[in-house]
Design a protein around this ligand. Structure first.
Ligand SMILES: [Zn+2]
Length: 418
């Protein structure tokens, strides 16, 4: 953990411990802990959820607004109960989904008495996500099985065992309705650019952030409370992921952040979708990053877009050759390794092994210091049944990055096969 992080945690801890502003309203029978930001704004979390989703509820003259609905109907039912208990009313006016991901929207159905609002891209993304719902349910089940097996071997009186037991209880709750009781509940009101909600005594401003963590990320701002809700856009210590598609959204990212960093907007709390709250400085750091990146890519074109076009129009050899040529013109083109690798990886998963091998060879040539490039090359040769070349590349990958666990595992397996 870096020093900045440690200091932030200490400050946060002090704030959490100080009476008055914050109080932990944890009652013995509730799995939820509540952080009171003000008399009309609270944050709800499940302390035993390793993802620590932050659900925000705001009480207004026109009813309660809930931002994000957690990962399953059963967890959302608990959230709903707790909000009613806290605010002593159950007039739910609006639900706002900060983005489409299931851990933020799978509880929507529990608040179907409210109007659900999100960015317009949220709907197609949610429909995509719903297709993976059975897989998610299976994953939850297998995590549960593993944890229970782990618990069997532990000393039941130990603190660790008790923490694991609480975690199991949490997962059992979350898994309860993911299969049978799950009803995909889409937003009914969507917006494209920005939207304002007049709630009588307070307002909410919703801004589309641009393609970033997902296609549907928004910022939610309540000026009266000085509350900025950022969904999964930012997390402490991490940079924003950048690829050719996202570079096209830089202006929008910058404009959105400038609004909160440069202008004198009141901000008391910045709450992200998971875990600890953010500091204003964190936003400045992301804005600096975007400005630096904008400068870096200014006037340059994406080699990935260009190579994809050549591949579709002229085929494999031309595209590989084109990519190599573009790499010699850094003033004109930028090459981002992760998106190139990912594209070819999907090609490989689609069964186009020969083509993927040619592209992976090209990428290893263009990025000779990247351990991942040889890892991918090893993978495609393994799938092609060429054990010798697979081994050679996995070994090269491990040499460049001794921490590469996949390469280690592959080498062990392939050595046995030899
Ligand atoms: Zn997310």
């Amino acid at each position: 953990m870096n020093i900045k992080n440690t200091i932030f945690r200490l400050v946060l801890m002090l704030v959490l411990l100080s009476p008055g502003l914050f109080s932990d309203a944890d009652s013995a029978d509730s799995p939820i802990s509540v952080t009171k930001l003000s008399p009309r704004a609270i944050v709800l979390t499940f302390p035993d959820d390793p993802m620590q989703n932050n659900i925000i509820a705001i009480k207004s003259e026109k009813g309660i607004v809930v931002v994000d609905t957690h990962s399953s109907p059963s967890t959302a039912v608990e959230i709903r109960k707790k909000i009613i208990e806290e605010f002593q009313e159950e007039n739910f006016a609006y639900v706002i989904d900060t983005h489409s991901h299931g851990d933020h929207t799978c509880g929507n159905q529990v608040f179907s008495d409210a109007v659900i609002i999100a960015h317009e891209a949220c709907i197609p993304e949610m429909l995509e996500y719903a297709k993976r719902q059975p897989q998610m349910a299976n994953r939850l089940k297998s995590i549960l099985k593993q944890m229970k097996a782990g618990l069997e071997k532990m000393d039941k009186t130990s603190e660790e065992a008790q923490a694991l037991e609480r975690r199991i209880t949490y997962y059992e709750l979350a898994a309860k309705e993911t299969e049978s009781g799950f009803v995909l509940t889409l937003p009914e009101v969507t917006f494209k650019d920005r939207m304002s909600l007049n709630l009588g005594d307070l307002h909410l401003d919703l801004y589309y952030f641009g393609l970033c963590h997902s296609k549907s990320d928004i910022l939610v701002y309540c000026p009266e409370e000085g509350l900025l809700l950022t969904g999964d856009l930012f997390s402490t210590g991490h940079e924003l992921y950048v690829d050719s598609e996202r570079i096209l959204h830089f202006d929008r990212w910058e404009k959105n952040l400038e609004m909160f960093v440069d202008q004198d907007k009141k901000i008391n709390f910045i709450i992200s979708g998971h875990k600890e709250f953010l500091e204003r400085e964190e936003l400045s750091r992301h804005l600096d990053f975007i400005r630096k990146k904008k400068e870096e890519f200014k006037g340059k074109s994406s080699a990935f877009f260009a190579a994809k076009k050549i591949y579709q129009e002229e085929g494999l050899e031309a595209a590989a050759k084109g990519l190599k040529e573009m790499s010699t013109q850094p003033q004109k083109y930028y090459l981002l390794y992760p998106e190139l690798d990912q594209y070819v990886y999907y090609m490989m998963l689609d069964g186009k092994l020969d083509e993927a091998a040619v592209f992976f060879e090209t990428l290893a040539e263009l990025f000779p210091d990247k351990s991942m490039a040889y890892d991918s090359l090893g993978e495609v040769y393994k799938r092609k049944g060429n054990i010798k070349l697979a081994l050679k590349n996995f070994k090269k990958s491990l040499e460049l990055d001794p921490e590469n666990r996949n390469a280690k595992m592959q080498i062990d397996q392939l050595e046995k096969k030899k």
